[in-house]
Design a protein. Structure first.
Length: 367
């Protein structure tokens, strides 16, 4: 069980904060009392009641009816070997803190009724967020700084060096916001997990999704002492997210090699993609196109993976692509377009042209 607090998007007067309660029942939600917000001179508490929570489960009755046909067949064939389901849960909500001051840092503490937290648990329940400036800083003021990052593979950072590096940045050099633009988790790796072990889901329902869920928890709760672990990065400052293939599987939505047994058939890929997308939208972002401005400086964070088509002509929804085009045409100052993959290229990694359908690529917006 874990209670988690993660800063998400900010404006100059608001902050969106994600709260998660893992592997608890309704009583666990009821114990979440509120978030203490402290700017160093004033402290207030934002109450969180027991309503308004969403719940994710690794298995619910009737889920097997939505499996791919091959897996439904295996589910029936292996009925005699069935073991108890694995049911993991996550209760979560996003709340908006308002009436904040521009470019002001606020410490956040999640209060849980009747529970004394251990040191590692306090790292999960505490965070800090800084609002955006109302305008770009003048000369001599601290520059507005954005950290762009991707590709965090937890098994290769057992000591938590990513978080330690961030923690030891001088406080006056830390970024205002972080844009994590893909592969914040690797749901398909290690390859043994998804190529072999997860097939046990045919005899233990919920196993596949529970494995995905655990990978998110492993990264979101990685704490190594007082100064290390991926949690140090997540909890300090606003986080903006978009996905890339490893939020699903290598080369998603196409067949990817890793996890091959579970991505051989289009129905299996569709099922995997749906489950992975649900977790991405829960933990990271439900929005494939995120806008924000700092004075005349305008940002658009465009997810070019989550709505990508299997055929090569589209990597965004038409609506989102059109919105990017309108944004570019209407810019009155500098614009920053953030994507998880390079778009100013004529070929993909296999040497195949990407410009067959100009109207469905960012080329049309950038031309």
């Amino acid at each position: 069980m874990a209670y988690m607090l993660v800063p998400h998007q900010v404006t100059d007067t608001t902050a969106t904060i994600w709260v998660g309660v893992a592997d608890e029942n309704e009583h666990g939600r009821q114990q979440v009392m509120g978030i203490e917000v402290d700017d160093g001179t004033e402290t207030r508490t934002v109450a969180l009641d027991a309503s308004g929570w969403d719940t994710w489960k690794s298995y619910s009755q009737g889920d097997d009816a939505h499996y791919a046909r091959l897996d439904r067949l295996l589910d029936r064939v292996l009925e005699v070997l069935k073991r108890p389901q694995i049911i993991r849960t996550l209760d979560y909500k996003r709340i908006t803190l308002d009436n904040l001051r521009p470019r002001t840092s606020y410490s956040l503490t999640l209060h849980i009724e009747g529970q004394a937290a251990t040191t590692s648990e306090m790292h999960l329940r505490e965070a800090r967020v800084t609002t955006l400036p109302a305008a770009l800083p003048d000369q001599g003021q601290k520059a507005f700084t954005v950290l762009l990052g991707s590709c965090f593979y937890g098994p290769n950072d057992e000591e938590g060096m990513v978080g330690r590096t961030y923690y030891h940045l001088p406080k006056d050099r830390r970024p205002d916001i972080k844009i994590l633009c893909g592969d914040q988790v690797y749901l398909d790796n290690p390859w043994l997990d998804t190529s072999l072990r997860y097939n046990g889901g045919n005899v233990r329902r919920g196993l596949f999704r529970a494995g995905f869920f655990q990978k998110y928890l492993d990264n979101w709760t990685q704490v190594r002492g007082e100064d290390a672990g991926f949690r140090q990065l997540l909890k300090d400052g606003a986080n903006y997210f978009c996905s890339d293939d490893h939020e699903f599987w290598n080369n998603a939505p196409n067949f990817g090699g890793i996890g091959f047994i579970n991505t051989l058939h289009s129905e299996q890929r569709d099922w995997w993609r749906k489950q992975a997308r649900a977790l991405f939208e829960i933990f990271q972002s439900p929005d494939p196109l995120i806008p924000f401005n700092v004075g005349q400086l305008s940002f658009r964070i465009a997810d070019t993976r989550i709505n990508r088509s299997i055929t090569p002509e589209r990597f965004m929804n038409d609506e989102d692509l059109s919105a990017v085009g309108r944004w570019i045409e209407g810019l009155s100052g500098p614009g920053v377009l953030v994507v998880g993959q390079p778009v100013l290229t004529e070929e993909n990694s296999y040497g195949k042209a990407l410009k067959a359908d100009w109207n469905r690529t960012l080329w049309s917006a950038l031309d």
